[in-house]
Design a protein around this ligand. Structure first.
Ligand code: 5CA
Ligand code: ZN
Length: 409
């Protein structure tokens, strides 16, 4: 499906550093992207109630990641899905008395507009689950040939233990896995399954629900295999980074990795599993199911500058859980004003040290809060005492744009 429009990214002098990132699978900060072209798959939205601050924080974090790679001389291949058919979307359609397709199209459009406003680099391939159904059927059928899939009634399940590395992404014990699986859309107790953790890869048509005709019969895909089919089709294995919020580490990324590793008979699916922290609001994780949402589109309608929203998100380290709060937004509005004033000044202190320090901080597990404090110090010095470097203000503006995605002009 159509992605959103990208904006030109300024090139800053010299070359950035190799990016080191925390990897969920190893629990360590390790170097990323050994090749010239870096590949990244970030799990996309299920299109209803888009785009809340948790979504926005996650996609802005993976946007920063790509900016650092580009600054370090890599080309980036970025793929994202839209889960435009899934149980929660159908449940919402019933609750609203609306067509599920209309909801998906409308919310995907809101998401695109929000991503564009926030200056998020668009994926080269933006693929809907519905579009991917023929490919999902092919991948499931290949898993069948490999003996890793079995029927339960008319549905098809993947034997997670067909992959001997199952569990290596999150390293949870079995009791924890079963508990989280049940909380996050899984069905550990379904009669007829060979193991409680086996996951649905194909669901036969249910009365009143949408279904598609494929080589597997009339039905629709399971969730994890949808992302795997898209990632394998558009990127191939291993991908450099599989990204998403920490709520996707288990079961989604764990089970997806096993499906891919069985399909490809190689390991690993991804070199890095990168997970963002959860944004909360009113004492809970911000979530569509709970309805405690602050929407990007709502703030934009209220006249909040999207660059201030971006600064409010980046003021938190991507891996920490944090709560959205109005003070954070007003601090970001003040910061944006300070940066705009300073980068419009006739001269300031040299930008060289700032660039080196910002690169150092961002390439070390994306420390955006401290990188922004470096820009603050330069901006305060410029507005208080000026400086002798006439090129510095526009250079700092380019650095903020290229590395932080914050447009100041
Ligand atoms: N469609 C699936 C992924 S294939 C899905 O999880 N969709 S979603 O709409 O629920 O979430 C989209 C992305 O936002 C996911 O990466 C998810 O981990 C992330 N996300 C959801 N809620 C939050 C939150 N409160 N804080 C941070 N990230 C969040
Ligand atoms: Zn996904």
């Amino acid at each position: 499906m159509e992605s959103w429009k990208g904006l030109p990214i300024p090139v800053v002098p010299g070359e950035g550093r190799p990016l080191r990132l925390f990897d969920t699978a190893t629990g360590e900060i390790r170097p990323t992207a050994p090749g010239k072209t870096a590949t990244i798959y970030v799990c996309g939205i299920t299109p209803y109630d888009a785009t809340h601050m948790g979504h926005a924080a996650t996609y802005v974090a993976f946007d920063i990641l790509q900016r650092i790679w580009r600054d370090g001389g890599h080309d980036v291949k970025y793929v994202q899905n839209v889960t435009d058919i899934d149980d929660p979307l159908l449940e919402r359609a019933v609750a609203l008395g609306q067509d599920w397709r209309a909801i998906a199209e409308r919310e995907t459009e809101v998401f695109r507009a929000d991503m564009y406003a926030l200056g998020v680099i668009p994926p080269a391939d933006y693929i809907g689950a519905v579009e991917a159904i023929p490919s999902v059927a092919d991948h499931v059928s290949r898993l069948q040939e490999l003996g890793a899939v079995y029927p339960v009634d008319d549905d098809l399940y993947f034997s997670v233990h067909a992959d001997r590395r199952f569990g290596s992404v999150t390293k949870l014990d079995e009791a924890q896995m079963i508990e989280i699986f049940a909380e996050r859309g899984g069905d550990p107790g379904r009669p007829g399954k060979r193991h409680p953790l086996d996951c649905l890869v194909w669901q036969a048509a249910r009365p009143g629900e949408p279904a598609w005709d494929t080589r597997l019969g009339h039905g629709r895909p399971g969730w994890h295999i949808e992302c795997v089919a898209i990632a394998l089709d558009y990127l191939g294995m291993p991908i450099d980074v599989q990204g998403g919020g920490s709520d996707l580490a288990f079961p989604h990324h764990e089970m997806g990795a096993s499906e891919a590793q069985v399909l490809n008979e190689t390991w690993p699916y991804a070199r890095h599993y990168v997970h963002t922290g959860m944004v909360g609001w009113q004492g809970h994780k911000m979530s569509k199911s709970r309805g405690n949402l602050v929407l990007v589109s709502r703030l934009r309608r209220d006249g909040v500058d999207p660059m201030a929203i971006r600064l409010a998100l980046l003021a938190n380290h991507y891996r920490s859980d944090w709560a959205w709060n109005p003070q954070g937004l007003s601090g970001a509005i003040d910061r944006l004003a300070l940066w705009r004033t300073a980068t419009a000044a006739p001269a300031g202190p040299s930008a060289d040290a700032l660039l080196a320090r910002v690169r150092e901080l961002l390439s070390d597990d994306m420390q955006t809060p401290t990188a922004m404090a470096v820009v603050d110090r330069w901006a305060m010095e410029t507005t208080a005492n000026g400086g002798s470097d006439k090129a510095a203000p526009s250079q700092v503006a380019s650095i903020c744009d290229a590395l932080l995605g914050v447009r100041l002009a």
